[in-house]
Design a protein around this ligand. Structure first.
Ligand code: B3K
Ligand code: ZN
Length: 899
């Protein structure tokens, strides 16, 4: 079958154990960019738990077959075909030697073995190992690996692979070798090698049990000054996993390597994590506060995979969320702990708010479109298309719900049992759920629905207060209101929903909570209760409620659902001012703003003039001037919902109307609160040396938000003055980029050229820093357009800039993805110019790098939800792409979108 034929659908229900097992793998590489020779020696035996098979079917892609031997004798019964090798009529147990060649220099897919910046790197998850050598390339085949690397010593002085270095030395002709041994059994997707001119920041630490560990962060020599933060993040991750989960680093050596050509964020290869430079390199001059936080999170994420993913891995790729949902949950908890300690609830809430914002904008949208799938998908065409927001972020919410139900201690018990049962195994999401259930003595059969049902559940809430009886009843009804046909197929019975609730009295204080029929003292004093909703509709009655309360619903976002409750504007303002749950405090402000913005967008859509009440201005004013709230919380509360999120809430998405509405409100808030923004700017300066602490980052965040609002004023003189000074004096990238962005905004609004010099200076200053040049592209791709110069013109011009390179995923993302995904008003231009550009780029990328192309292809999948004129143009662009692309990756996306 060729890639252009109807693609095969892989189904979860078809899982069968492998017919053969591979106990040991010995790999020898002769590394040459255009033709690398790989010799693989495998100890193979029949799987006693599988059906008998006469032939051994190995997967291989884009490989040149050189030879095969069994137990040292050449084996002629080998059939090479497009998907691999059939080794025919094999014995029950044997040593198989395979020799083949691949071409890393020509590998632009960045899957398998490839060359980047003259160095060799690998990426094997999910199915890249088969592009290196023929194998049972599936996660339930676990083996121990020894790897010998041979290469020219001058060009490739550093030779790395998984595990421990056991030998190295010189070879004739200026070559050398290194031999690595990984003592832990692993699936092929965790194999890695790196070879090239690299240097390392090193640190030796003692793990919890007192063993010495060598930690290294490998980069190109000129980047060594940007490795400290990644190293610190790694050490913090190691300590946190020891203290929170009792999990220790199991290898003597742990390496992180940075590469600038990489399809995603990073990869958890055993002992040899390979990272996109974006998630390693940072110093104050080149990286923003957000970059620093992202690096900490991704370093943590990959490190935590060492246990959740590597020691216990997935039986098959349908179980991907077993490792990804769990590891995202772990990195979220880690970041929360780092940002304020476990005690500081308000600081933890900041992280929670940021995570939920992403979930609601991205995952809820995915769930409402043609790619909707359960956390544990039922089928796929290309597995790389299922590294999704649902598997990762909703998966993390599902894991979080166990902790919400059982508490931190109960969750820990479940984790302990999970490792006790499954260390060294390839298992399923059901195994994880069983460990949680058994460790906590609970039947979690109903909880399975979270893994098998797609779509976003809705919980609609009605309340009733009986003043005479002092009873307050809350009725919760669950169901799926929205959703695509893809999601509806899977929606079966009611879910077990942990629904956290508080009741707020007229004085703004939380009321003590007692449920009907409950003995005194059951959870006495607690002012938040987790109600376990198990029915389609269920009523919970609180007793001894002295006055009519206001409900604080789904505190801390205790389940990934949409809550429907008809709050009045004054009630939302009250919650924003008083709710003791910081998440819901923020949520109240967002609801208020969303309501206002959607009403305005509807007017804009209908061509009516925009006008608004003072309710939002007053509520925002109170938050802005309430210095008892942390700057980071105020920043989040004062940030309006994104245009993308707002457009998704409309019956028919109209990006231009949303943009008009949001700009109108931004200007209104800027004008009405000008003095307050100026005061907040001055009050949150961070003089002195740059520190990437959450505290300092919070101040910079609020200050730069103030600057951004001020840049909306009709007369932006104040903003331009502040931003120019800030740009010139900045000792860190956060302030410099924010100043540049404010200048660009003021320029777009007024047609003046405030940003011209700064934009030129920025390029000249950072010409040698690719990650900063990415920011330079992205700032221009996401800028506001003007009638004279729509952003598409700028983007097309930048495609011809000498620094642009379509083959580098970071650069492609910085310009093309930023424009298509993060500038909705310009991308969805009424003339369809954005869609034409999108189609061209998807087609161009399809031939270079299908994984990156498929990500971009997803940008139009919600086309059916847009206004009719846009919808037609979007469909035409999708059809154009469908007719032209070849990869299985992109075909799956566009065919599902058009189906
Ligand atoms: N496990 C990798 C993702 C691999 C993506 C393959 N297309 C990174 C991570 O989630 O940690
Ligand atoms: Zn992961």
């Amino acid at each position: 079958m060729s890639d252009t034929a109807t693609p095969n659908v892989i189904r979860r229900e078809d899982y069968a154990p492998p017919a053969f097992l591979i106990d040991t793998v010995d790999l020898e590489f002769d590394l040459v960019p255009e033709r690398t020779i790989v010799k693989s020696t495998l100890a193979v035996r029949r799987n006693p738990d599988a059906k008998h098979a006469a032939h051994l079917e190995l997967l291989g892609e884009q490989l040149e077959f050189i030879g095969a031997a069994i137990d040292g004798q050449p084996w002629e019964q080998v059939r090479a075909h497009e998907h691999g090798l059939s080794i025919e009529n094999v014995p029950d147990s044997f040593t198989l030697t395979l020799t083949g060649a691949c071409d890393p220099a020509a590998n632009t897919t960045l899957s398998g073995l490839y060359v980047s910046g003259g160095n060799f790197f690998t990426q094997c998850e999910a199915e890249g190992f088969r592009r290196i050598t023929w194998f049972l390339d599936r996660p339930d085949v676990m083996s121990t690996y020894t790897v010998t690397l041979r290469a020219d010593k001058t060009s490739y002085p550093v030779l790395l692979s998984n595990g421990n270095l056991i030998a190295e030395g010189d070879l004739p002709d200026g070559r050398h070798y290194a031999k690595w041994e990984d003592p832990f059994r692993k699936p092929s997707y965790l194999f890695a090698l790196v070879a090239g001119k690299l240097v390392a920041l090193e640190e030796r630490i003692q793990s919890g049990s007192g063993k010495e560990k060598l930690l290294q962060v490998w980069v190109e020599p000129h980047d060594l000054d940007k490795t400290r933060h990644a190293m610190d993040s790694l050490i913090h991750s190691i300590r946190w996993d020891e203290s929170r989960f009792g999990l220790e680093l199991d290898l003597d050596r742990f390496m992180i390597v940075a590469v600038s050509d990489f399809n995603m964020g990073a990869m958890e290869n055993k002992g040899l994590n390979i990272f996109n430079t974006k998630y390693v390199l940072a110093n104050p001059e080149t990286a923003t506060d957000v970059d620093f936080a992202n690096i900490e999170a991704v370093v943590g994420h990959e490190y935590f995979h060492n246990w959740t993913g590597n020691r216990v891995t997935c039986r098959d790729w349908f179980q991907l969320s077993l490792k990804e949902g769990l590891t995202v949950f772990r990195d979220q908890e880690f970041s929360a702990a780092m940002s304020g300690g476990d005690e500081n609830e308000a600081a933890r809430a900041t992280k929670r708010i940021e995570d939920v914002r992403v979930l609601r904008q991205m995952q809820f949208a995915e769930d409402a479109g043609p790619m909707a799938h359960p956390v544990r998908p039922e089928s796929y065409v290309e597995i790389n298309n299922f590294y999704t927001m649902t598997v990762y972020e909703k998966g993390a919410e599902v894991v979080r719900m166990y902790q919400t139900l059982f508490g931190r201690d109960g969750f820990r018990k479940g984790m302990d049992l999970y490792f006790q049962r499954h260390d060294g195994q390839a298992v399923t999401c059901d195994d994880f759920r069983a460990a949680m259930a058994d460790a906590n003595g609970r039947d979690l059969a109903q909880f399975e629905g979270w893994y098998s049902q797609a779509g976003t559940p809705r919980v609609s809430v009605t309340t009733h207060y009986d003043a005479a009886a002092k009873r307050y009843s809350v009725t919760l009804a669950q169901g799926y209101a929205n959703g695509s046909p893809a999601a509806r197929e899977t929606q079966k019975g009611p879910l077990l929903i942990p629904f956290a609730i508080g009741l707020i009295g007229p004085d703004g204080q939380d009321l003590p909570l007692k449920l009907e029929g409950e003995s005194q003292g059951a959870q006495a004093g607690a002012t938040t209760r987790v109600l376990e909703v198990t029915e389609k509709q269920q009523t919970f009655t609180f007793v001894d409620v002295e006055a009519k309360p206001l409900p604080s619903l789904l505190r801390n976002f205790s389940a990934p659902v949409i809550v429907e409750y008809d709050y009045g504007n004054d009630e939302l303002a009250f919650l924003l001012a008083h709710d003791s749950d910081p998440f819901n405090r923020w949520e109240a402000g967002q609801r208020l703003a969303t309501r206002e913005l959607l009403a305005l967008a509807a007017r804009a859509s209908a061509g009516q003039p925009l006008e608004t009440s003072d309710a939002l201005v007053q509520a925002f004013s109170r938050v802005l001037t309430d210095t008892s709230l942390s700057p980071s919380f105020r920043e989040l509360a004062l940030m309006l919902p994104s245009e993308t999120y707002l457009a998704e809430q409309m019956a028919e998405s109209d990006p231009a109307a949303v943009h008009a509405a949001r700009q109108f409100v931004r200007k209104r808030l800027a004008t009405a609160l000008k003095a307050e923004w100026l005061a907040a700017y001055q009050a949150n300066l961070t003089p002195g040396a740059y520190e990437p602490t959450p505290e300092a980052a919070g101040r910079r965040g609020l200050k730069n938000l103030a600057l951004s609002y001020l840049s909306e004023l009709d007369d932006p003189a104040d903003a331009v003055r502040l931003a120019t000074a800030q740009y010139d004096a900045a000792n860190n990238m956060t302030d410099r980029a924010a100043a540049l962005s404010a200048l660009m905004n003021a320029s777009a609004a007024t047609g003046a050229g405030y940003a011209k010099n700064a934009l030129e200076d920025f390029y000249a200053r950072f010409e040698k820093e690719p990650l900063v040049i990415d920011k330079w592209f992205s700032l221009q791709a996401t800028q506001r357009g003007t009638a004279q110069r729509p952003v598409i013109d700028t983007v097309r011009a930048l495609m011809r800039h000498p620094a642009f390179n379509l083959k580098n995923p970071n650069r492609a993302r910085s310009l093309i993805f930023s424009f298509c995904a993060a500038n909705p008003a310009q991308f969805h231009a009424a003339d369809g110019s954005g869609y034409a550009f999108w189609a061209e780029q998807v087609i161009a990328l399809d031939a270079i790098n299908p994984q990156v192309a498929a990500r971009l292809a997803r940008n139009l999948e919600l086309w059916r939800r847009f206004t009719p004129t846009l919808r037609d143009k979007m469909r035409a662009a999708l059809e154009q792409v469908a007719a032209r692309v070849k990869s299985r990756d992109v075909r799956e996306i566009v065919e599902k979108a058009l189906a």
